[in-house]
Write a protein that binds this ligand. Structure first.
Ligand code: BTN
Length: 321
């Protein structure tokens, strides 16, 4: 009901809608409507009420509330169920717990703040309240575990396209999963897998994007940035719009992935990459490789041509350009 009232008020944003009109449309009493309006006010919505005119939505809260996400979402599966937390340790950890208990494909876990946000290789992910998009998506593709890294490419392409579409900022992808803006990191992806030898049980893809952060802790200042900092007008961005665009693009790329159109994803990834054709230094688990990043193979591995002309296939590591 709250959702329906919000839909009506949002549709008429800036104009009054009478209590009578809302109660007729939704077939509930005016007292019930008044209660739901108060609940929305408690969520942070500013709703004006005037005796003869009714209700008018003045301002929405700067939160990723599920009602707002549903209102603005264009996708069918990804985001069909939203689990929302004001504060949580990590959306990936929560999504894995839910998936283990049988949560369906497409459910997303969103938090305003993560107290134990996780990055690759056990690193911490800075996730202050209300500043970014900290989201995890539960997937149940019928693929073999070796194909799972392809979903990191799916997420990277979707995130880069979403940011570009909403902000016009030229975000690039640094292999394997960093979103870069003006040589600083603005986002990252953490893909986690639960599988047996031949089958995937579920996959959780976590995406973090620094959206409205104005500053970073000392140790990140040189290497991290946010969309707001990099934007010419330094204006606050609409996180709901960006999240919904991200989930929409994610669904598009995910459908391409599960219907065997990996080549399309790879082509887009290459077009958005800042790694390919650059001279790179890759610090891997057991060695350091230097050379020119010449290509990405169909599994998402990076191909680096060394000075002696030999090509090294790299499946994990940290790239510096
Ligand atoms: C990286 O660049 O190392 C990956 C960062 C991934 C961060 C996101 S934020 C949402 C999700 N929950 C987490 O704990 N991590 C991912």
């Amino acid at each position: 009901m709250k959702q329906e009232i919000l839909r009506i008020l949002s549709f008429n944003k800036g104009n009054f809608v009478s209590g009578e009109e809302i109660s007729e449309k939704l077939k509930v009493s005016r007292t019930a409507i008044w209660k739901h309006i108060n609940a929305l006010r408690e969520d942070g919505y500013i709703i004006e009420s005037q005796t003869r005119l009714g209700y008018r939505l003045v301002k929405k809260p700067d939160l990723l509330l599920p009602e707002e996400v549903r209102l603005n979402l264009n996708s069918r599966i990804i985001g069909s169920e939203v689990k929302y937390y004001s504060k949580i340790d990590s959306t990936n950890t929560e999504a894995k717990k839910l998936a283990q208990m049988g949560e369906k494909e497409g459910t997303v876990v969103i938090a305003e703040e993560q107290t134990g946000g996780r990055g690759r290789k056990g690193r911490a992910w800075n996730s202050p309240f209300g500043m970014g998009i900290w989201v995890s998506v539960i997937l149940r593709p019928q693929i073999s575990p070796v194909e799972a890294p392809g979903l990191t490419l799916v997420a990277a392409v979707a995130a880069a396209k979403a940011v570009r579409n909403v902000t016009g900022l030229p975000v690039k992808i640094k292999w394997p999963n960093d979103l870069m803006l003006n040589s600083k990191k603005v986002g990252g992806i953490l893909t986690e897998l639960s599988a047996e030898i031949e089958v995937v049980n579920f996959i959780v893809v976590g995406i973090g994007i620094n959206v409205n952060n104005e500053s970073f802790p000392e140790e990140l200042r040189e290497i991290a940035t946010s969309l707001k900092i990099e934007q010419a007008g330094k204006e606050k961005l609409d996180r709901v719009q960006l999240l919904c665009e991200l989930l929409h693009r994610f669904e598009e790329e995910y459908f391409a992935f599960i219907t065997g159109r990996q080549k399309e994803i790879l082509k887009q990834w290459k077009g958005l990459s800042d790694t390919l054709s650059s001279i790179v230094r890759v610090i891997g688990p057991s060695s350091i490789i230097e050379g020119r990043a010449v290509d990405l193979d169909e599994t998402g591995a990076l191909l680096v041509e060394k000075e002696d002309g030999s090509v090294e296939r790299i499946i994990s590591g940290d790239v510096s350009l």
